[in-house]
Design a protein around this ligand. Structure first.
Ligand code: KG4
Ligand code: ZN
Length: 367
């Protein structure tokens, strides 16, 4: 079964074709047109600018995804409903992100999906963006030229960390999610972005902070003398919730008091990142133990963080030796449409289609 995925919830216009069979999902194409360079000068995403860029980019991005997947179609098929063509030979469904996200951005993807589904006479699937991030873990990975099918055994506990969300999710089966932990204030990615803004080191903050933290780790890891120490908010609380605003305040006060901070930026990055990772891992392990998770997974833009990937893998090995750890391929960590198509495939095989008229934006959609 071939699915076209479309994702426009924030500042990435993305389209992808995946081919699913049983529990295996293979990516045939994955095209992402990022607007990061445009939004960088504002230090964050400007919704109206993002929407206009999506309008310009989405059809070329879909076209590229189709041609890279080897799917041929004539231009007339893009606009004219042609019931004589056996459409399902080239695509079985279109999966599109309906929320959460920026309303003006989401609407571009949804209207594109509707028009293409109508023209090509194929069904639509509505996908929650966070669910999409989770389903990035169901995409096959190619390791040393060998295909590895990620077999997820339920129940699974997923740490999902992005610019907009920080959640611990219990997944008992396909489409069966329970949010068991959430953030009370900032999301983990948002905290990375804000910390980077305070130090004026670039946007988005996650990749810059992780690169500088790694530099500090390699050069200074052993010397503990006079090292910065930030709090690990809520690490000892019984619940699985998070709070990152106190950490943000701690870094702000520390910078204000430290005349020499400009020479210590890598150390600030290292300690900030480690504080976030310690809390994320502690809560995930606690939740996985409580719910007897057979699989622990990681997802969302912050799952691109190497230190988090490595340290969570080690923690699962040490504290949950019976559980399997799965993390998405780096290509599918930040926003992309392959993850949306992957979630769409599992919905399509269960016939969870949505009618053209019912497909609507829901920018506050919960899992
Ligand atoms: O999932 P995503 O692409 O968009 C949302 O759904 O929000 O996540 C973007 C977030 C940004 O906050 C960005 O700073 C963070 O993911 N991020 C990282 C890394 N790469 C991206 N955070 C930490 N380390 C990284 N390497
Ligand atoms: Zn995302």
């Amino acid at each position: 079964m071939k699915i076209l995925g479309i994702e426009t919830s924030c500042d990435e216009s993305a389209a992808s074709i995946v081919e699913g069979s049983g529990s295996s999902v293979k990516v045939l194409s994955n095209v992402v047109s990022s607007q990061i360079d445009i939004h960088r000068k504002y230090g964050g995403v400007v919704p109206e600018v993002a929407a206009r860029e999506h309008v310009l980019n989405i059809l070329p991005v879909v076209n590229k995804a189709m041609s890279e997947a080897g799917i041929k179609r004539s231009d007339s098929m893009l606009f004219a409903r042609n019931t004589h063509i056996p459409q399902r030979e080239f695509l079985d469904a279109i999966a599109v992100t309906v929320g959460p996200g920026l309303i003006t951005s989401l609407v571009v993807g949804i209207e594109t999906a509707k028009i293409l589904a109508y023209s090509w006479n194929i069904p639509l699937v509505a996908v929650n963006h966070i669910e999409g991030h989770i389903y990035a873990n169901f995409i096959n990975v190619i390791k040393e030229d060998k295909l590895k099918i990620n077999k997820v055994v339920f129940p699974a506990v997923i740490l999902t960390v992005s610019g907009g969300h920080t959640m611990v999710v219990l997944m008992k089966g396909h489409g069966d999610f329970e949010v068991i932990g959430d953030t009370r204030d900032d999301a983990a990615g948002e905290a990375f972005d804000k910390a980077a803004k305070m130090m004026n080191i670039g946007y988005p903050g996650g990749p810059v902070i992780s690169a500088l933290a790694e530099k500090f780790r390699v050069l200074n890891y052993k010397s503990e003398d006079g090292r910065l120490k930030f709090p690990r908010p809520m690490i000892n609380s019984d619940c699985f919730n998070f709070s990152f605003s106190g950490l943000k305040t701690a870094i702000r006060y520390s910078l204000e008091k430290d005349e020499n901070w400009k020479n210590r930026v890598p150390e600030y990055c290292f300690e900030f990142q480690q504080a976030v990772i310690d809390v994320l891992i502690s809560k995930t392990v606690k939740a996985a133990k409580k719910f007897n998770a057979k699989t622990v997974m990681l997802s969302g833009g912050v799952s691109a963080n190497r230190a988090l990937r490595d340290q969570l893998a080690q923690a699962v090995k040490k504290y949950l030796p019976e559980s399997k750890f799965i993390k998405p391929d780096l290509k599918y960590t930040t926003d992309n449409a392959a993850m949306i198509a992957s979630a769409g495939y599992f919905k399509a095989i269960n016939k969870k289609f949505i009618s053209w008229n019912d497909l609507k934006v829901n920018c506050n959609l919960s899992l």
